[in-house]
Write a new protein. Structure first.
Length: 377
């Protein structure tokens, strides 16, 4: 009996795999929303901690709820001497994404509730990961440079504390605000590759740390989270705004991929880009270096005119992080520090109404056959 050709959707394009109440790109406004709130409004009016609370609880916190959330996060930032020892043993040339993936896996081995997949335990573990991931990222970054780790400061907010952990100092408020905005914009984005990976792992009955470790592995790829690093490498390769058009023409001639452009979901431009571009421009003003934003402006205009392709969030985020002083390999780990909020929201949602994610494939290999004797092979 012959099989009929199934409707194969490579990359699961257009496949609706489940329901979710966490986020949606609203087609009528082309806006990414978290729990119904437009992300650009959240970025301007809320802190990252408020948005984390929203993603995990469905509503924005009142003053008392926010204070309790911040206090719990601040109290859980420290990592153990054992993890510090593991981090010190990492190869100094290891990519920070490999470092944080390994650190999260180690945190799972240390966590007393690691194997408990009930929702209350998962929520407590999510808070611990939100608090500890920045500490581990910064410790690995500093260890690779031969520097001692900086202890987290519970008196600082989430964004301020990240700068403190990485650099040992907190920059001016304009820089902290730009960073906080980036965390909000990166926090959640539906069934993207890393989130779907985390949900797939969760569907097997695995624990939160396993799901987040898998999500980090997916996020490292240059077609997903690693694109913000690739954007900055691209701009550094171009070097000057005057060279941008010729560089781009060379990419067109070779039909090469230009990083930071296009998106599977958005058809009329990524709704997060205007906000991130605004704050990247502010960073250029603060630092007094407009080269990267001028290059970006030339590239974005030419891509829209020639290819009708809009930039995505990674395009302005790359130069923004560079202007904040972060090394390029830290860009995607910063994404992790933000996206743990969205991943955890989806893990909780998946587990609440779970079914094992197990798609089918259409076989195109050899027909069933006999194994020949070794002499006939």
């Amino acid at each position: 009996m012959s099989e009929t050709q199934p409707d194969i959707r490579k990359g699961l394009v257009g496949v609706v795999a489940d329901v979710s109440a966490v986020s949606k790109v609203m087609p009528e406004t082309n806006s990414l929303t978290y729990r119904g709130y437009a992300v650009q409004d959240l970025a301007e009016q809320c802190s990252f901690e408020e948005v984390a609370y929203l993603l995990w609880n469905g509503e924005l916190p009142d003053a008392a709820q926010l204070a309790a959330f911040r206090a719990e996060e601040a109290a859980n930032r420290g990592i153990s001497p054992a993890l510090h020892g593991v981090i010190q043993a990492f190869p100094h040339d290891a990519h920070p994404m490999d470092a944080i993936r390994t650190a999260v896996s180690f945190l799972g081995m240390e966590d007393p509730e690691s194997a408990d997949t009930a929702e209350p335990a998962t929520r407590r573990k999510a808070m611990r990961l939100l608090a500890k991931i920045p500490t581990a990222i910064a410790a690995a970054h500093r260890a690779a440079k031969g520097l001692a780790p900086v202890e987290p400061d519970p008196k600082l907010g989430f964004a301020e504390n990240f700068f403190h952990l990485v650099f040992g100092r907190v920059p001016q408020p304009e820089v902290v605000k730009a960073f906080d905005v980036s965390l909000i914009l990166y926090a959640e984005h539906g069934f993207n590759a890393s989130t779907f990976t985390a949900r797939t792992v969760t569907s097997t009955g695995a624990d939160l740390h396993g799901a987040i470790t898998a999500g980090i592995a997916a996020l490292k790829g240059p077609l997903h989270g690693g694109a913000n690093e690739a954007v900055m490498h691209m701009l550094a390769e171009i070097g000057e705004p005057s060279k941008a058009l010729d560089w781009l023409e060379g990419k067109f001639d070779h039909k090469a991929l230009v990083m930071g452009f296009g998106h599977r979901v958005y058809k009329n431009g990524d709704s997060r880009v205007p906000t991130m571009t605004k704050y990247a421009e502010k960073m250029a003003e603060v630092v007094g270096d407009r080269r990267w934003m001028e290059m970006s402006r030339v590239l974005a205009g030419a891509m829209l005119e020639r290819k009708n392709i809009h930039p995505n969030l990674d395009f302005p985020a790359g130069p923004a992080y560079h202007l904040m002083g972060f090394d390029i390999p830290l860009f995607t780990p910063i994404f992790v520090a933000s996206r743990i909020t969205g991943w955890a929201a989806h893990v909780i949602e998946q587990a609440a109404d779970n079914r094992l994610i197990r798609p089918l494939s259409h076989y195109t290999g050899a027909a069933q056959r006999e194994v020949p004797p070794i002499a006939q092979r």
